[in-house]
Design a protein around this ligand. Structure first.
Ligand SMILES: [Zn+2]
Length: 409
C-alpha cells in the first residue's frame, strides 16, 4: 500500500510538526522530580487540533499521566503500538549548555534543547504520523495505538510498568522511538534487542580506628582493600552468557561510584563501590549474582581477612530484563523497507545499548517491542547541548507512516 494521502498530508504539515517539536522542548518535564502534566496537556491540545480527539489519559497518580489514542482501521487486523516517553532527564550542568535547554533553537539543521533527541522529536513525529494516517484510516487492516508514556527516565513505575501491568495495555507489537543513531548518522541502526541492566554495590569492611595505631595494632584499611577488589574483579569476573548475533558481549562497568573513609586521622572501616552491567538476552539475575559471588569467593581465598558483601540495588535498577524481537517479525521488514524508501539506505540491525520501556511492555505484557527506531543520537541523550536533526524528525514521521501502512495493509 502506498500511503500517498498520508505522505502528502505530512508534507503540507511540515512546519507545524517542527513547531510542535519545539513546543514540547519548551515545556519542561524533567524526571526527577517527574511531572508530565504540562507536556501531556501540550500534546493533547495539538492532537485535538489535528482531529485526534478521543485521547485517553491513564494515570496511577494524577501528576504522571500516560496518553493513549487508538486509530481504528477500517478492517480487522493486528494492533501496532507506537510509543514515546514524555519525560526527560534533568538539565544537570546548565553551565555546559551553549543555549537555554528550554528555549529550542535551530542551528545548522539541528534542533537544540533538553529532550530534543530523547525523545520529544520522536514523540512529535509519532503524533503527526498518527494524524497523517487518520486521513486514510479506512484502508488500514488493524489499529494503530499511540502511547505517550511517563516516567521512562527513572522508575517506569508510573509509565510502562503501570500500563503493562495494572492498566492492562495490549498490542500485538510495539515500536519505541528512542534515538537510533550512535555517533554516526541518524537512523544508523534498527535496534531489535534492548539490553538489560543490573546495578549492584560491593561493600568492603575494615577496621575503623585511630590512624596513628595501625603500626602497632593490626587494622584493615577498607579503602585500600576496596581498590584491590575492584582491580581483581576487573581481571577475574567471568559472566555466563551466550554471544548474541546483534550484540557480542555484556558491558561491565565496575566502580561507577566509589565511597569510603572518614578523613585524616581515621583508618577507614567501610568502603563500597557501585557497578553496572548491561546484559544480553538469555542472561538471568540469578546467574549474574552467582557469577559475581564466584568472583568474590576467588578474591576471598587470597585475603582470609577480607569481609566483602554484594548487594543488588532495589528494583528497577537492580534488574531490568533484556528483551529482543526476532528479525523475522513482519514489522522489521516493514521498517527496513520504509527506512530505505525515505532515507535511501538501510539501517543496520543492532542491539540498543541501554535499558528501555521494552523491559516492561515485553517483559510484563508480552508485547514484542522494538526498543529504538527514532530520530537523534543516543550519545547526545542525557548530556548538555542535546539536539536532533530537523530533517530526521520529518523523516521519522514518514517512516512511521509507511511502516504502519505496510504492517497494517
Ligand atoms: Zn529515551
Amino acid at each position: 500500500m502506498t500511503p500517498a494521502t498520508a505522505t502528502h498530508w505530512l508534507d503540507r504539515h511540515r512546519e507545524q510538526l517542527l513547531a510542535f517539536a519545539a513546543r514540547l522542548i519548551a515545556t519542561p518535564s524533567p524526571n526527577p522530580p517527574g511531572d508530565e502534566r504540562a507536556v501531556v496537556h501540550e500534546i493533547v491540545t495539538e492532537m485535538h487540533n489535528l482531529g485526534l480527539s478521543d485521547t485517553e489519559i491513564a494515570a496511577k497518580v494524577p501528576e504522571r499521566p500516560n496518553l493513549i489514542y487508538r486509530l481504528r482501521g477500517g478492517k480487522t487486523g493486528p494492533v501496532l503500538m507506537l510509543c514515546g516517553h514524555s519525560d526527560t532527564k534533568p538539565v544537570g550542568q546548565r553551565g555546559e549548555w551553549r543555549t537555554d535547554p528550554f528555549e529550542p533553537v535551530i542551528h545548522d539543521g539541528k534542533l537544540y534543547g533538553l529532550g530534543a533527541t530523547d525523545m520529544k522529536g520522536a514523540v512529535a513525529a509519532m503524533v503527526y504520523a498518527t494524524a497523517a494516517l487518520r486521513q486514510s484510516a479506512g484502508e488500514l487492516a488493524g489499529d494503530l495505538l499511540l502511547v505517550i508514556d511517563a516516567d521512562e527516565e527513572r522508575s517506569m513505575k508510573f509509565g510502562a510498568e503501570y500500563l503493562a501491568g495494572e492498566y492492562g495495555l495490549r498490542a500485538d507489537v510495539a515500536l519505541l522511538g528512542e534515538p537510533s543513531g550512535i555517533a554516526g548518522p541518524e537512523f544508523e541502526f534498527l535496534h531489535l534487542v534492548s539490553r538489560g541492566v543490573a546495578c549492584f554495590k560491593v561493600r568492603v569492611h575494615g577496621t575503623q580506628t585511630h590512624s596513628s595505631l595501625t603500626d602497632r595494632l593490626s587494622a584493615v584499611n577498607a579503602n585500600q582493600l576496596l581498590a584491590e577488589v575492584i582491580t581483581r574483579m576487573q581481571r577475574e569476573l567471568q559472566l555466563t552468557f551466550r554471544p548474541h548475533p546483534l550484540c557480542s558481549a555484556p558491558t561491565i562497568n565496575l566502580a561507577v561510584q566509589v565511597e569510603g573513609g572518614v578523613g585524616y586521622g581515621v583508618c577507614p572501616g567501610v568502603a563500597e563501590f557501585q557497578s553496572d552491567i548491561r546484559t544480553l538476552p538469555g542472561m538471568t539475575r540469578a546467574q549474574v549474582e552467582d557469577d559475581l559471588e564466584k568472583c568474590l569467593n576467588g578474591i576471598r581465598r587470597y585475603h582470609p581477612r577480607l569481609r566483602v558483601e554484594l548487594q543488588f540495588e532495589e528494583l528497577p535498577l537492580g534488574w531490568i530484563a533484556p528483551t529482543e524481537v526476532s528479525a523475522d517479525h513482519p514489522l522489521v521488514p516493514a521498517l527496513l523497507r520504509s527506512a530505505e524508501e525515505v532515507l535511501g539506505r538501510r539501517p543496520t540491525l543492532s542491539a540498543f545499548p541501554g535499558g528501555s520501556d521494552a523491559a516492561k511492555f515485553q517483559g510484563l505484557a508480552g508485547i514484542p517491542t522494538i526498543p529504538s527506531f527514532g530520530p537523534g543520537w543516543l550519545n547526545l541523550a542525557h548530556g548538555p547541548n542535546e539536539c536532533v536533526g530537523v530533517a530526521a524528525i520529518l523523516q521519522a514521521a514518514h517512516i512511521y507512516v509507511r511502516a504502519a501502512a505496510t504492517f497494517l495493509a
